[in-house]
Every structure is written in C-alpha cells, then in structure tokens.
Design a protein around this ligand. Structure first.
Ligand code: PXL
Length: 274
C-alpha cells in the first residue's frame, strides 16, 4: 500500500540533517512524504556560529487547520528536531486531529547528545518532550536523550543493567516500543536495543567514528521508512543501522566533509535492503 506520512522537523538549509535528510530518504523508501518545517535555519547548530533562525511555530496551527479543512490525513507521523515547547503542543494536536485510524507515531526526541542538551533547549523543553514520547508507538532516543527523558544519570561506561533501567523508564513514560540507539559495551562497538517491554533485542555492530553529525536523523528516517514498508521494528532497526554505517564509511573517504554524512551516495544500498 502507498502510505502517506507527515514529518515535522526543522530545515537546516546547509548541513545534511533534519528535513533535508528525512524527505529524500523517506521518498526513496516509497512513501508519500508531507513535510511541516518547524523552523528554517541557515545551517544546523553544531559547529557553526552566527546561523540564522526563522521560527515557524506560529504558522503550524494554520497549516494544520488548512489540512483538516481539505480532509488531508496521514498513515504515520514522524517528528524530529522541534524548535520550542509550544511546537510540541501543536504536534500533539496534530496527532489528535490529522491521523487515520491505526496511524503509526514515531518520535525521535532530537535534543541532546554526548551527555548535553543541544544549545537551543532547556529542561522545560525536556518536560514537554516527555509528554510527546508518552503517546509514541516508537521512541528513538540516544542514551543522552534517554537520560534527560527519564532523569537517570548519564554514563559514558555502562552495563546491560543500566540500559535495561533506561528502557524500562522510557516504557513507563508511555512509549509502546523503545529503539535506543548508540548502545555498545566495548569501545569498538555500538548498536541499537529494541524492546516493547516483553521482548529485548540488541543489534551490535562496529563503531567507526565518534559522533558524526546528522546520523540520528539518517537513522530515524531509514527506520521509519523500513517500518512503514512492512518490516518488523527489529528488522527496521537493523536496516537503519547498516545504512548509517554505510553512510559514515563513504563520508570518511572525504576528510573535509565534517558537518554531516553523505547519505545520498548510499541510498541504493538502503533500497536494496528494503
Ligand atoms: O540533527 C539534529 C539537529 C537538527 N536540526 C538542528 C540541529 C540539530 C543538531 O544539532 O542543530 C537545527
């Protein structure tokens, strides 16, 4: 079936993240991809200074109302980087008003990495993001985001008991399935844990580089694309992880390309896996 998905996140014009990654990946996965930009920035906020920001919060309710009037509805929603706590409220309204029966809700609480919140966010934003994660079918945090969402202390070195406590706390928030990224117990490894509270699967793969920018968005887009193409949550998590590894590998051949990953070059490999 040809599915229609709504994705809400910013447009960072330069920098290969958020919507400039999500739209091409989801379209390539064969989904009708409707976008709602939460803000327009000249670049993303990591490693650039003096970037411009046009916040689009106030446009969101009117866009949603127009869609409602036109009878436009969605089989799925996938949210990424959101600009403000108020936007999260508007997203919750769209979940109530614009989704078809049985629509899939994927929430990537893109707000933190490496133990720290991104510059634009504070704890008030985190509180609102918790409420959005509570209604998610799939929540896709990294370890730092999981810590902010659950109040559990961030650790660089951890064991399976620690990861289990994070996943349990995320499920207790209300999310139906947790896809926790960046989980590895050795320096040379990383991976993803997928759990619905009953089953527990950990896909472990090689760690090539530390913290490549935009890979969270590449991951969440490929995961959502595979899921909506009918793959299981675990298979989608594996497909997305392998795709991100391919993206990092091709990008490493290009030493000057430090602001994002060259995800376009490996889209054929992703399609092959679907
Ligand atoms: O990749 C997440 C992301 C999305 N959008 C903007 C960002 C970031 C991460 O820093 O700055 C504007």
């Amino acid at each position: 079936m040809y599915k229609r998905l709504l994705t809400i996140q910013d447009i960072s014009c330069f920098g290969q993240c958020s919507l400039t990654v999500a739209l091409p990946i989801l379209s390539a996965c064969g989904l009708e991809t409707v976008i709602l930009p939460s803000a327009v920035l000249s670049t993303h906020t990591m490693g650039f200074s003096g970037f411009t920001v046009r916040d689009l919060t106030d446009d969101m309710p009117a866009i949603a109302a127009h869609w409602k009037k036109e009878g436009i509805s969605f089989d799925a929603i996938y949210t990424g980087y959101l600009g403000s706590a108020k936007q999260i409220d508007y997203v919750k309204d769209m979940i109530k008003n614009l989704l078809r029966e049985g629509a899939v809700k994927v929430i990537d609480p893109a707000m933190a990495d490496g133990g720290k919140l991104y510059p634009a966010f504070d704890m008030a934003f985190v509180q609102e993001m918790k409420k959005l994660c509570a209604v998610a079918d799939y929540v896709l945090p990294n370890i730092t985001e999981a810590c902010f969402l659950t109040g559990i202390e961030y650790k660089e070195n951890y064991d399976e008991a620690y990861v289990k406590s994070l996943v349990k706390a995320l499920l207790d928030l209300g999310a139906k399935n947790v896809v926790l990224t960046g989980v590895g117990y050795k320096a040379s490894e990383t991976g993803v844990v997928v759990s619905d509270g009953k089953s527990w699967k950990h896909y472990v793969h090689r760690k090539i580089a530390k913290g490549c920018h935009g890979t969270g968005d590449v991951y969440a887009s490929a995961f959502t694309g595979a899921l909506l193409r009918g793959h299981s949550a675990y298979d989608s998590a594996v497909i997305a992880a392998d795709y991100v590894v391919d993206c990092i590998e091709v990008t490493q051949q290009d030493k000057d390309h430090t602001y994002g990953v060259e995800f376009e070059r490996t889209i054929p490999q992703l399609i092959e896996k679907l």
